[in-house]
Design a binder for this molecule. Structure first.
Ligand code: CP
Ligand code: NVA
Length: 309
């Protein structure tokens, strides 16, 4: 049994296999063929933070695969009143076939997984958002940006930045990360990425100059400057991130046919302008849709049905 907690736990071949599976299931669904790969299975979905895409894509995804999703907000279940993760994990494992969790620390997620008898999927933690990156790479493939791409991430050194680091390190492409001083990526994750990059051939560059990151890039991406749980820091962050807005001037420095990605929700006028988000290079709604398809690939793969699609 495997869990899906971080891309660090998977080989390049496994990551590509899951994405390919997602693409094959996507093609079936577009032809109105719904194969019940996970018939009668239940996916428990625990949310300790808000969500639109993650909830809708997992719940719709498991339904289209012949199973059902159980939405469990920590506001309503006993976890929110202090029942330990390890007890919740053991109970859910007795009744459900798979679990997706959105929580705060990665260590809380890992604790849940240690006590879970069924596969656990990371639906976002403070450290990582790996299912988002599966959708992002699927979108890059579909837009012809998966062949030796140069990706520029501009913004906060947060869960999205860390997930890009892992994806680049595993797959072996060039990633440039521009963060303001004081908002750099977690040094442990950076060290892991550099270690993995040694064998994959990935090039990873850190800078505090967004222009340096974006110059000649195939893909430009950013994320909110104020992640869930950081609301109290909002005012300071808005000041500290001045100059990091992805605007049309910044997009002009990238390749003329570069695409713009954003995991959403986006805050117009902050990390990205309305013009870029709604502009011709933006593929953010393809990216959002691909959450549904990529995660089906992950779920079917974890269930061991990878050869049936
Ligand atoms: N991108 C993403 O995970 O969106 P939600 O927070 O809406 O799930
Ligand atoms: N970095 C953001 C991503 C939201 C999908 C957050 O953690 O809030």
């Amino acid at each position: 049994m495997r869990h899906f907690l971080t891309l660090k736990d998977f080989t390049k071949e496994e990551i590509l296999e899951m994405i390919d599976l997602g693409l094959r299931i996507k093609a079936e669904v577009k032809a109105r063929r719904f194969t019940p790969y996970l018939e009668k299975q239940t996916l428990a979905m625990i949310f300790e933070k808000s969500s639109t895409r993650t909830r809708v894509s997992f719940e719709t995804g498991i339904y289209q695969l012949g199973g059902m999703g159980l939405f469990l907000s920590s506001r309503d279940i006993q976890l929110g009143r202090g029942e330990p993760m390890k007890d919740t994990a053991r109970v859910i494992g007795r009744m459900c076939d798979m679990v997706m969790i959105r929580t705060y620390s990665q260590s809380k997620l890992e604790e849940f997984a240690r006590f879970s008898s069924v596969p656990v999927i990371n639906g976002l933690t403070d450290e990582y958002h790996p299912v988002q990156l599966m959708a992002d790479y699927m979108t890059m493939i579909e837009h012809g940006k998966a062949d030796n791409p140069v990706v520029a991430y501009v913004g906060d050194g947060n869960n999205m930045a860390h997930s890009w680091l892992m994806l680049a390190a595993k797959l072996g492409f060039e990633l440039r990360v521009a963060t303001p001083k004081g908002y750099e990526c977690n040094p442990d994750i950076v060290e892991d990425a550099f270690e993995i990059a040694k064998t994959s051939g990935a090039t990873i560059l850190f800078t505090d100059d967004p222009k340096e990151a974006v110059k000649g890039a195939d893909v430009v991406t950013t994320d909110t400057w104020v992640s869930m749980g950081e609301e109290d820091e909002k005012e300071k962050r808005l000041r500290d991130f001045a100059g990091y807005t992805v605007d049309s001037g910044m997009m002009k420095l990238a390749k003329a046919d570069a695409i713009f990605l954003h995991c959403l929700p986006a805050y117009r006028g902050m990390e990205v302008t309305e013009e870029v988000l709604e502009g011709p290079q933006s593929v953010v709604f393809d990216e959002a849709e691909n959450r549904l398809h990529a995660q089906k690939g992950v779920m079917v793969w974890l269930d061991g049905k990878r050869n049936e699609a």
